[in-house]
Structure formats: structure tokens, C-alpha cells
Ligand binder design. Structure first.
Ligand code: FES
Length: 71
């Protein structure tokens, strides 16, 4: 499913980034180049990102880092 229509990025790319070690939303935006244009996809991107983190068991560590930057 396409999540970011500006950059044509999918939920699969978010999941792949989590699998490669991305643990914060800011790092995800930089690594995948998502939510860096109009920003309308930020909320959905973050929701999918957090679901991927939960699935991978990285949720707790990522939550602590996320307090520094909100989408
Ligand atoms: S839809 Fe993702 S930055 Fe515009």
C-alpha cells in the first residue's frame, strides 16, 4: 500500500527499514525519504512504523527516543 504519495513510498518500505535497524521516526524519514515533503502522510507513516516496531519487539526503546521529535 502506498503511504506517501509525494515520494511514492509503501508500508513495505517502512517494514523493511525497521528490519534493518531503524528505531526512530526521524531516522525512518531520513532513511526511507518519507514524510519529508508535504507531511500529510506523517500520521499514517508513524502509525505503520509503530506497528512494525511492536511486531519486531523494538517498541520500548524507540518510544524513549521519539520524545525528542514529533512528526
Ligand atoms: S504524502 Fe508524504 S510527504 Fe506528502
Amino acid at each position: 500500500m502506498i503511504v506517501c504519495s509525494c515520494k511514492i513510498k509503501s508500508d513495505r518500505q517502512i517494514a523493511d527499514a525497521v528490519q534493518t535497524g531503524v528505531e526512530t521516526f526521524a531516522d525512518l524519514c531520513d532513511h526511507v525519504d518519507i514524510s519529508n515533503d508535504c507531511g500529510q502522510c506523517a500520521r499514517l507513516t508513524k502509525t505503520i512504523f509503530e506497528q512494525c516496531l511492536e511486531t519486531s519487539g523494538k517498541k520500548t526503546k524507540a518510544k524513549k527516543k521519539e520524545k525528542r521529535r514529533k512528526p
